[in-house]
Design a protein around this ligand. Sequence first.
Ligand code: GRF
Length: 181
Amino acid sequence: MKKIAVFASGSGSNFQVIAENFSVEFVFSDHRDAYVLERAEKLGVLSYAFELKEFDDKASYEEAIIDLLDLHQIDLVCLAGYMKIVGPKLLSAYEGRMINIHPAYLPEFPGAHGILDAWEAGVPESGVTIHWVDSGVDTGQIIKQVRVPRLPDDTIESFENRIHQAEYAVYPQVIKEILHD
Ligand code: GRF
């Protein structure tokens, strides 16, 4: 059985969907007060949280993360709203075993505000992308993408909601495919 860990910085709605579909070894958050930790508790999923500022530098922070991943013999790390760039330390240990979900159709609208950027650009459609993590920001090899339309009556909220619904459908599909490989 391949083992999954999820990294999330905030709300953790994608984590929740993953945990409802798969056995998750643990969730890691880089914020001690992130809502994802409450979700984990309710779902009975082990969680860890510590913050970059508690360490001397990013390499030591990432060493602590690697220790957790190694301890639990994790095969696949699913980033789900993990708002830090993965540094060289963590990447060199887990590249090829780490995927990310991005709420836009890459290479369109990379970065932290993919939904808002697409909304403000007024494009007729955006999307969701799942990709392998590399050293860039949302630049890794694409695994799967789906298009999500912007409808004439949309508000930013309804547009955002449609993108999130697409995320909840596609992320478990991709994880399933990778786990069965
Ligand atoms: C998602 O839209 C994800 O694509 C992006 O950050 C958001 C996280 O939302 N990377 P949540 O924490 O899963 O609710």
